[in-house]
Structures are given as structure tokens and as C-alpha cells.
Design a protein around this ligand. Structure first.
Ligand code: FRU
Length: 463
């Protein structure tokens, strides 16, 4: 092992010695996955192999503020409820990933899987813009025979291997097995600052050749991160997280966006996954029965913060696993039934309870709900308005959804809230930091509230 590898392991061990102190934090969630300590961003390498779900994530244990080097953290579970934390799976400990083991995916193979990810390298010998120069993005594969032991890193593609019309921003390989071999989708930024994906094919999972570059006819953002492609009910979907799409009242309200093209790859066909303040860089996978999506409950470069959790030594979370279904070319998202099984006793709206499910029905125009004293939801004739009333939003203000909501399911989990409108036609995900955990509902809708999380996620760190 290199000196650098030893140093990274020492730093992670030092940070992870604080796991139990962090676990006592007031804002820790009960049924959302969080970093055991430090920083979390994108879900990575999602798969189910030999009855076990594996959820990897972008992880920087050394600092809750995100300043640390990105590695891959590893959770595994047999039931999506009880999770074990297996520590760092991939350290950025070689020359080929010296500035971060960035996002990627896993392809089940035998009793294990192959991981494909981006080794991020930044040159520091001169001043660079790190867009057109000074950055390398190596596409790396690691074989994992049993789900837990990781083999040698093998670089499959380097900067000179990518097409010349791209800048240095190429990353986040999503690889799937197809009838004829393997297909890899990479996100990228074309010269001229346009987002695009690169689609590669390989017969053996090692040698990849470029098949196609896909972008919109008109520019749609300057960079597309974290691509994903799948088929559901006979429809094909290309998912990306575009950066630099101009804001509109009902669309692209966050700093960056994420969603999918329904039909032809054109800006007008792009549908966002989530209207909330904290949702980005999702990834999907097929677990043998259904297609599940996990998103990052977070967003880079925002004008609001999560200082209360940073003070506790951690930041960010993942959404609950969401089952995707397709209706008229549109994807609906609903919490996996494993999350529904966490529903406990029915409780009154005014009881203090920081982890609950709220079901709203028969919503009439003008209905108003105030969640935990700080998030007001207004149901209009053809729009929903989510407005933070006070400090509980930490700078989060207002979001709009163009939907006539008839039924709503709210998953509240201490400092994370996911709101599913009309059976998951639209979703709103946010962080919030309330002082009180009751609910106020006016007479214009029916409300039922249940305690949640009694059997929620139990995170154990292996010895
Ligand atoms: C998305 C992203 C990815 C990258 C990773 C680095 O949030 O920027 O494109 O691989 O985060 O942590």
C-alpha cells in the first residue's frame, strides 16, 4: 500500500472513531441513510446481489463541510431497513484517482459485482481552469468477488481516449449489462459549454468503444452529471443531472436540476424528479422485481445551509428508496413498501413526534398545512406552494409546483422531509430544522398522522 493510502485510512479511522458521538445528534434521521460521520453526497453503485442490497455513496468522513477527499462509503442491508456500515470501500489512493473516487455504478456479476467509477485528478503545477485543462477523468473498474472485498483498480479509459469535442468534464459511468455485452453512459460537458452524454459499448466489460454522443438540439445546461438509462414498461428513459438550466417559476428552481427525458432528447421533454430544495444526482437500479431510485438529499452551491447538522459532525442524507412506475410516458415515484411497513400507531396532529407519516386526502382548493411550525404548504387550484415561515428553513424560502394536489403523503424524519403529491406524480424533498414537531391542518382537507421509524434504520458499524 502507498504512503498516501495509509494516510487516508488513518484519517478515516480517526474520523470514524466519532461515530457514536455523531449518532447522538439531535437532527439525526430515523429511517433515512446518512453518513455515519462527515459528509455524504451522491448514491453510487446501487445493486442487489445474493439477497443483499448494497448502497455506496460519495463519502468524506474527515469533514462535515465537504472539504474532504471523496471516497466511497458502503452500506448493506437484506431488507432496506436494517443497515450495516462497512466503512470506506474505495479510497482515492492511486495516481489515477488522486483527487477523488467520484461517482459510478455497480454491475452484478456472480456472487459480487464490478464497480465502475471516475478517478478525478487535478494538476497543480500551474494555474488551470479545470474545465478545458488541468483535470483528468479516468474511468476505473474494480472487481468485487463477494460484495465486500475489492480488487485492483484497472483504468479502462483516460482523457486522450474521450472524443475531442469534450472539455475535461467527463464522469459518473453508469454501466449495465445488455444482451450483447455492456453499455456505459458517461456525463459530460462539450466544448462550447453544452451538456451531453457519451454512450459506450463493450463485449467484455473492459474494452469500450464510443457508440453515440447524445445531447439536445438546443443547449440545455452546460454540464450533465450522473447519467442513467433504463427501460420501464417498454419506454426508454435517459436521466441526467444538468447544471446551468435557466430558472423558471415552476421548473429548475434549484441551483442545479435532475430529471429524465420522456421520449426524444429535447429540453421540452425533460421532467424533473423533485421540486424540493434538497435533491440531486439520483441513481436507479433493478432489484429483480422493481426499479428503485435513491437521490441525494442535498444540492451543491446553494444559498442556504445545514449548519445544525454540521455542528453535530455530519451533513446530508439519501432519500428513502423510491419505486418507479410509468404512466403515459411519465414516471411516478412512491416510497418502497418496506418504508410503509415502518408506519406505527396513529397519533394526533398536535403531538410532538419528530418522525411521522402524514396522509392528506380530499384536499380542497385553498387548503393549508403547517408542518412542524416552519413549512407552510398551500394547495391552490392548479399549484402547490411550499414556503418556509421562519428560521427552520436555514435560508430556504419558497418553491412552486404546478399541480392540483388531491392526495399527499408526507414522510417527515427529524430534519428530512419528502412530500409525495398525487401518488408520486411530483415530489418535494427538503431539509428542515424545526423547534416543534406538531402539524396544523385547516378544515379544507382530511389528515391522518402516524408515528414512524419505530423499527427504522439501524446502523451498525462493523468492528
Ligand atoms: C454530483 C457530482 C458528480 C461527481 C461527484 C463528486 O453531485 O458532482 O458529478 O462524480 O459529485 O463527489
Amino acid at each position: 500500500m502507498t504512503e498516501r493510502g495509509r494516510e487516508l485510512r488513518r484519517l478515516a479511522a480517526e474520523a470514524e472513531s466519532k461515530i457514536s458521538a455523531v449518532a447522538a445528534g439531535r437532527y439525526r434521521c430515523k429511517y433515512h441513510l446518512m453518513p455515519p460521520v462527515g459528509w455524504m453526497n451522491d448514491p453510487n453503485g446501487l445493486c442487489k446481489v445474493n439477497g443483499l442490497y448494497h448502497v455506496f455513496f460519495q463519502y468524506a468522513p474527515q469533514g462535515a463541510d465537504g472539504s474532504g477527499m471523496r471516497s466511497w462509503g458502503h452500506y448493506a442491508s437484506s431488507d432496506l431497513e436494517h443497515w450495516k456500515f462497512y466503512g470506506v470501500a474505495i479510497y482515492p489512493d492511486t495516481e489515477d484517482d488522486a483527487d477523488g473516487a467520484y461517482s459510478g455504478s455497480a454491475v452484478p456479476e456472480g456472487n459480487g459485482f464490478d464497480i465502475y467509477y471516475t478517478g478525478n485528478v487535478k494538476h497543480k503545477d500551474k494555474v488551470y481552469d479545470y474545465i478545458t485543462d488541468g483535470r483528468e477523468s479516468n474511468t476505473i473498474r474494480i472487481r468485487c468477488e463477494d460484495g465486500f472485498t475489492f480488487g485492483e483498480k484497472q483504468v479502462l479509459m483516460r482523457t486522450p481516449d474521450y472524443p475531442k469535442q469534450f472539455t475535461r468534464h467527463i464522469r459518473d459511468p453508469k454501466v449495465v449489462k445488455t444482451a450483447g455485452g455492456y453499455e456505459m453512459t458517461l456525463g459530460g460537458r462539450l466544448s462550447g459549454d453544452r451538456g451531453a452524454v457519451l454512450i459506450y459499448h463493450s463485449g467484455n466489460g473492459t474494452d469500450f468503444s464510443l457508440r453515440e454522443i447524445v445531447t439536445t438540439p438546443e443547449k440545455f445546461g452546460y454540464m450533465w452529471e450522473c447519467p442513467d438509462r433504463f427501460e420501464l414498461d417498454g419506454e426508454k428513459f435517459l436521466c441526467v443531472s444538468p447544471q446551468g438550466v435557466p430558472h423558471e417559476k415552476y421548473k429548475f428552481q434549484s441551483t442545479y436540476s435532475s430529471g429524465y427525458f420522456s421520449g426524444a432528447v429535447e429540453a421540452g421533454n425533460f421532467i424533473e424528479w423533485d421540486m424540493g430544495f434538497d435533491f440531486y444526482a439520483p441513481q436507479t437500479f433493478f432489484d429483480g422485481r422493481r426499479r428503485l431510485l435513491y437521490g441525494w438529499v442535498g444540492m451543491p452551491d446553494v444559498p442556504y445551509d445545514n449548519l445544525p447538522t454540521i455542528a453535530e459532525g455530519w451533513q446530508h442524507a439519501l432519500t428513502v428508496p423510491r419505486v418507479l412506475s410509468c404512466r403515459d410516458g411519465k414516471l411516478y415515484q412512491t416510497p418502497a413498501e418496506e418504508i410503509g411497513a415502518l408506519r406505527g400507531e396513529k397519533i394526533p396532529l398536535d403531538r410532538q413526534c419528530d418522525s411521522f407519516e402524514l396522509i392528506l386526502d380530499d384536499i380542497q382548493e385553498g387548503a393549508k398545512v403547517v408542518l412542524c411550525g416552519c413549512l407552510e404548504i398551500l394547495f391552490g387550484r392548479s399549484e402547490c406552494v411550499f414556503r418556509f415561515q421562519e428560521e427552520g428553513g436555514r435560508g430556504r424560502t419558497v418553491r412552486y409546483a404546478d399541480i392540483a394536489a388531491k392526495d399527499v403523503r408526507i414522510l417527515m424524519d427529524v430534519s428530512v422531509c419528502e412530500i409525495y403529491l398525487n401518488g408520486g406524480e411530483k415530489v418535494f424533498t427538503t431539509r428542515l430544522y424545526p423547534n416543534s414537531y406538531s402539524v396544523k391542518v385547516d378544515g379544507k382537507c382530511q389528515a391522518e398522522r402516524y408515528a414512524m421509524g419505530a423499527y427504522g434504520i439501524q446502523i451498525e458499524k462493523l468492528p
